[in-house]
Design a protein around this ligand. Structure first.
Ligand code: UD1
Length: 416
């Protein structure tokens, strides 16, 4: 298993560019199935999760070519509705294929994705929404056999603004007869990106970014050329890297509005941040200040995907910080690893209390999920001595060339 060796205490300096968002690219790739015509997608990050999504699309008949960060997808010969188990198990977000395959084929077979490192991750809201559109779902022996004679528009109220459920329902409704209205929809920027992509192929989706999304069914879609939006979590990760090392760096290809909740926290911690020409420049103080209380919420609240990264910064801030994780029940797995590095953190249920120390100490630690793993890398950048982060395949799921980018900024990090 690959690992990182990091020798900490180096200041970072320079410029980096963020690529397209994984969490946009995945549903956008699923949405390609709506069309019978070729689609060109730009700025698709090179990540294991994306590779697996590409393998799923190939396995059901899509022809796909990659040229750097551009994917050319020809979905004209899709001929299967069976989504292969092995990929669904590896990439949980492949559940978003369900809505797209149903829109295209009116049936789909997918293994139940089950829980993952960060929590149980039920899909009840996805399935309730699809049933409202007329899909019959037979849940047997761990498989979901889905079939619809007709997909018919419906009024759907989500109990919770789930990102995946909103995307799956949007996708299935694009070809339904009549109009679908999703209320209490997720408002994440990636939902707006999916709407824009669907509309670029001839779809009629409106309202994404608000809590009510309206989807008018259309009969056919055409091809499209589309660039996915920049990854706000990756941008936030590099901002946190600058903060934890007391550095000054510039990050380009950033939508400033999408990172507002993180920028607010960084400013509270004493960083100065300016926004210009789709770029952001951060200058961190020698010592960060503690942040009173951060609670994760659906967008535009503070993202759960930034929680571990914010925590790594706060381990070395002056004073006591509190973080409440409201979204996933098992998202503090990085805490015992940070404690091994000298952090002073106590958790009780979904609350973590972080008492800042002067500096972390290098140790051998284990990445057990994507963002928690990246947070340990940031901790290693601060730490005195050598840090080994094991199981970095989790980190590879969401960061293209993390070590190259950090090295270009002056970090001492290598993949072993
Ligand atoms: C997406 C993101 C993930 C991010 C999360 C929350 C992708 C590929 N992944 O995941 O990085 O951390 O949003 O911002 O975009 N829930 C239910 N029933 C359901 C669906 C969800 O109870 O049917 C619950 C979940 O257990 C969780 C909460 O809703 O507690 C949020 O989940 P959801 O918004 O669906 O997250 P994902 O789409 O899985």
């Amino acid at each position: 298993m690959a690992k990182y060796r990091i020798r900490g205490e180096q200041k970072l300096e320079g410029d980096i560019r963020v690529k397209g968002a994984k969490n946009s690219a995945l549903p956008v790739l699923a949405a390609v199935l709506l069309s019978e015509k070729p689609v060109i997608l730009h700025d698709i990050p090179k990540l294991i999760d994306i590779d697996n999504m590409v393998l799923i699309l190939s396995s059901i008949g899509c022809k796909i070519k990659r040229e750097g960060n551009t994917l050319i997808v020809d979905p004209s010969s899709v001929n299967s509705w069976v989504i292969p188990d092995k990929y669904v198990k590896e990439i949980r977000s492949s559940i978003v294929m369900l809505g797209a395959v149903l829109a295209r084929m009116k049936k789909a077979l997918i293994t139940y994705p089950g829980g993952c490192e960060i929590g149980q991750r039920p899909i009840n809201l996805h399935l309730q929404g699809l049933k409202k559109l007329g899909v019959k779902i037979n849940d047997s022996h761990g498989y979901l056999e889905c079939q619809a004679d007709r997909l018919v528009g419906a009024n759907i109220h989500l109990d919770y603004p789930s990102v995946g459920a909103t995307e799956n329902i949007m996708l299935a409704a694009t070809k339904a007869e009549g109009t679908t209205v999703i209320r209490n929809a997720a408002k994440e920027p990636e939902i707006i990106d999916l709407q824009n992509f669907i509309n670029s192929m001839g779809g009629r989706v409106a309202g994404a970014g608000s809590n009510t999304i309206t989807i008018k069914g259309v009969e056919s879609f055409h091809g499209s050329e589309y660039r996915v939006l920049p990854d706000r979590i990756v941008a936030g990760t590099y901002l946190a890297a600058a903060a934890i090392t007391g550095s000054e760096i510039t990050i380009s290809n950033v939508n400033f509005e999408h990172i507002q909740s993180m920028v607010t926290k960084l400013r509270e911690a004493g960083c100065s941040i300016i926004n210009f020409n789709n770029s952001v420049r951060i200058k961190a103080p020698t010592r960060l200040r503690a942040i009173e209380h951060t609670k994760t919420y659906p967008y535009p609240g503070f993202p759960t995907d930034m929680q571990a990264l914010l925590m790594s910064m706060l381990t070395v801030a002056q004073g006591t910080s509190i973080i409440t994780e409201n979204i996933f029940e098992n998202r503090f797995k990085h805490v015992p690893e940070m404690i091994r590095m000298g952090a002073n953190i106590r958790t009780e249920g979904k609350i973590a209390v972080i008492q800042g120390v002067n500096r972390l100490k290098g140790a051998q630690v284990n990445a057990s999920d994507l963002r928690g793993g990246a947070a340990l890398v940031l901790a290693g950048l601060n730490a005195e001595g050598e840090t080994i982060v094991e199981n970095i395949h989790h980190i590879d799921r969401g960061y293209e060339g993390l070590e190259q980018k950090l090295r270009s900024l002056g970090a001492d990090i290598e993949r072993l």
